[in-house]
Design a protein around this ligand. Structure first.
Ligand code: RNT
Ligand code: ZN
Length: 418
């Protein structure tokens, strides 16, 4: 027995005293799909053959060497990520991360042909794929408006893009035998105080209705709609606000996507999960980390991440929650960014699954809030890291201290020569 196994045995004994079975926790954890956001690898640039700058309320800063310049390069990077992250991974694409361009075909005409190698790659690795239409970094995002633009011709272009990406998602889902989550986020909004907030919202709703009028079997594809408080250059009004999309999702039985960077800085999405599941249904989480604003920093194992994971995992409705990472930092090694964030997501979920929730609930039900508080603090010192190391060990995944060696070697051999 090596020291990882010994430490696991002792930790199991301690957890059992609290009524927790770590073996069961690991079994649940390894089945929770976490969708790795491919856009950390290319700085949300995409692989279309026209010059695009990131427009539409998000920003990437930094120019660390080694950005993936093609879908092929990104897949090689993701292969390393998959080797360093335990559990069940999926990969989520943006609609401009095409394999190839076809002359004369713009975003409104993309088909599975544009994403064929992604599909084959995922099939070989037996992983699921998710996708999101890309309503930004394109000349048709006119004055910052896409699906809510006053000109029907512009709206039509974006409606067709939405439909095209849903069909591609459905194809992913059919072939990979797991539904692709297709997330709709539109940057539409106003920099300064609008005279009319109503008409754009009506237009956005109608455009979405048109996109979703094409019925797709949920065994293949699931739609999500993502709200936002504000973006860079869209400080005064976002058409797709939280209220707008909460209503839209509830009325149309779509997943609401909650991005942890899309609310007021002191507002946590963790508290929202139980309310939404209790009243409506399914949630796509875009797990991010805002620093003062929606800055999309790499997610760390901080209180915010722990509470999101806790609220997602302890009530037994994990099947209603879909996890997707969403951040992009180009000032550090992009693979380190993806791996660190993905492992932190897994760690937060593990800590949640190791929580003695029944004991806490019993104290709460008896209004013994002192005991509940004492226990909440006490469990912070339980030996979850022994369970984590064992979890990585049985999956043949390097431990926390070894991952940077692998990433550095790859950086020297692959990233530095790009
Ligand atoms: C933007 C949204 C959206 C993006 C991706 C790249 O604020 O969070 O999900 O991060 O489209
Ligand atoms: Zn997001």
């Amino acid at each position: 027995m090596n020291c990882i196994e010994k430490s696991f045995e002792i930790a199991c004994e301690i957890y059992r005293e609290h009524g927790i079975n770590p073996v069961q926790a690991i079994e649940i954890l390894e089945k929770i799909p976490v969708s790795l956001h491919a856009w950390q690898g290319d700085d949300v640039v995409g692989f279309e053959n026209f010059e695009t700058a990131l427009t539409g309320g998000c920003q990437v800063t930094g120019n660390y060497p080694g950005r993936a310049g093609s879908a092929n390069e990104l897949r090689v990077d993701l292969d390393l990520v998959l080797k360093l992250v335990p559990g069940t991974s999926r990969v989520c694409l943006q609609g401009h991360q095409v394999d190839k361009m076809i002359t004369g075909v713009d975003r409104d005409g993309y088909t599975i042909e544009h994403f064929e190698n992604w599909l084959n790659w995922a099939k070989e690795r037996k992983i699921g794929m998710d996708i999101a239409p890309c309503f930004y970094s394109h000349p048709k995002l006119d004055h910052g408006f896409s699906l809510s633009h006053p000109d029907p011709a512009i709206r039509k272009f974006w409606i067709e893009h939405g439909k095209a990406i849903r069909r591609i998602g459905a194809e992913f889902g059919k072939v990979l035998k797991t539904p692709a989550v297709c997330n709709f986020w539109m940057p539409d909004g106003f920099k300064d105080i609008p005279a009319d907030r109503y008409a754009p919202r009506m237009r956005m709703g109608e455009s979405l209705d048109e996109i979703f009028s094409e019925k797709i079997d949920e065994r293949y594809e699931l739609d999500a709609v993502e709200s936002k408080l504000f973006g860079i250059g869209v400080e005064s009004c976002t058409v797709g606000s939280h209220d707008f999309f909460m209503m839209y999702a509830a009325q149309n039985n779509k997943l609401i996507c909650l991005d942890s960077g899309h609310f007021h800085p002191t507002e946590s999405i963790a508290d929202k999960l139980s309310s939404i599941v209790a009243r409506q249904g399914r949630i796509l989480l875009h797990v991010s980390r805002g620093v003062r604003w929606d800055s999309d920093h790499v997610i760390l194992l901080n209180d915010e991440l722990l509470s999101i994971a806790r609220e997602a995992a302890v009530y037994g409705y994990l099947d209603k929650i879909f996890f997707c990472l969403d951040y992009f930092d180009a000032s550090i090694n992009r693979i380190a960014a993806m791996v660190t964030g993905a492992r932190n997501m897994q760690k937060a979920l593990l800590i949640a699954l190791l929580e003695p929730t029944e004991l806490l609930k019993k104290e709460e039900d008896a209004f013994d809030f002192s005991a509940r508080m004492a226990r909440q603090e006490e469990i912070k010192t339980l030996p979850w890291s022994s369970i984590w190391n064992y979890y990585c060990h049985i999956h043949n995944i390097p431990d926390d201290f070894a991952i940077m060696n692998e990433i550095r070697t790859y950086e020297k051999n692959v990233l530095a020569v790009r």
